[in-house]
Design a protein around this ligand. Structure first.
Ligand code: SF4
Length: 337
């Protein structure tokens, strides 16, 4: 879906604030944009090449390879006509060779299907191999002036900080589309990415020099998500007593929770062994988590639980009575269920 449509949500800025944001960031970009070789041209071949090279690669490494690539393959026709081995050789050092293969495949498609002319729309570009939503919007806006917003890691961080909200997924694309300057979409997109790369950095953003500081909700790093409550750890012990073990219908000793218990009233479980001093070896151990507690459950066989009223239940009946989740787990492990 294109983000050209101005949608109303998520709308963290009023219309005058949006205007101010665009004006400030574009004025800053005009004065401070880094002088990068691909910014000298709006030629779609060069824009495309730089966008693909910049994926997962540092700007400095891309600069080194960008010139050499253009020297060897100055046009999309030359790239399409090249052998794959030659393309990969020039790509060497940039890594992620799939990008180079896709670039080569897309060049062939542009020559074969589009007679050497790049599709001039975000939609048309997306139909080419290796061109996803971000790259299509970047080429369409920078090379063809189409008002298509981009979202990459830098834009995501800027949007989250200026809005003070952990926008995610589609919300980010909508927010970027809302802010986009329709008259200078390519410069606006580059300004957003540049701001994220050099001012609104992941750690210690330079808010004092930020052109949109007066509009920013966070003015610093977004507070980390609240950590989940740490799991408490507890050890509990249960007695697993069996009788008539050698007969087909052996029985297991269970107790029933009081009918007025706040948790699992009336349900059946194994008798808990309180105050066990931990000597000896349990028959088996298992883990059980309930909300914020992580239990280590030790099960002891043929240990008498003191002062517990309970009942011998035939194994065949275990499926018919209401067992607690943990009792079920223990009985399964003991192969009684
Ligand atoms: S004020 Fe700081 S946190 Fe906000 S956008 Fe600018 S650099 Fe990022």
């Amino acid at each position: 879906m294109s983000v050209k449509a101005r949608q109303s949500t998520p709308g963290f800025f009023s219309v005058p604030q949006q205007r101010r944001f665009r004006k400030n960031i574009l004025a800053w970009y005009d004065r401070h944009a880094r002088d990068l070789p691909w910014r000298a041209s709006h030629d779609p071949y060069r824009v495309w090449l730089s966008e693909i090279m910049l994926q997962q690669t540092r700007v400095a490494a891309v600069i080194e390879h960008y010139h050499e690539f253009l020297r060897r393959f100055p046009t999309v026709e030359k790239l399409a006509a090249a052998r794959e081995a030659s393309v990969l050789a020039v790509w060497s050092g940039l890594g992620y060779y799939r990008r180079a293969r896709m670039l080569h495949a897309a060049a062939k498609a542009i020559v074969r299907v589009h007679r050497g002319k790049f599709p001039a729309s975000e939609e048309g570009l997306r139909a080419l191999p290796g061109i996803g939503r971000y790259t299509a919007a970047a080429i369409a806006s920078i090379a063809f002036g189409e008002p298509a917003a981009v979202v990459d890691g830098n834009v995501e961080r800027v949007l989250q900080r200026v809005s003070g909200d952990r926008l995610a997924g589609e919300e980010l694309w909508i927010a970027a589309g809302n802010l986009l300057d329709a008259k200078r979409p390519g410069d606006f997109n580059q300004a957003m990415m540049e701001l994220g790369a050099v001012v609104c950095t992941p750690r210690a953003p330079s808010c004092l020099t930020c052109p949109v500081v007066e509009l920013c909700a966070t003015r610093g790093e977004l507070a980390p998500k609240e950590k989940a409550t740490p799991q408490k750890k507890r050890e509990i012990h249960y007695a697993l007593n069996l009788r008539k073990e050698d007969r087909p219908n052996q029985e297991v000793f269970l107790v029933q929770r009081p009918g007025d218990a706040s948790l699992m009233p009336g349900m059946w479980e194994l008798p808990e062994l309180a105050g066990l001093n931990g000597t000896g070896t349990p028959s088996f151990t298992l883990r059980h988590s309930i909300t914020v507690t992580d239990f280590t459950v030790r099960v002891w066989q043929n240990v008498t639980a003191v002062g517990v009223g309970g009942k011998w239940i035939a194994q065949a009946r275990l499926r018919q009575i209401a067992l607690t989740g943990l009792a079920r787990k223990i009985l399964r492990k003991a192969k009684l269920l």
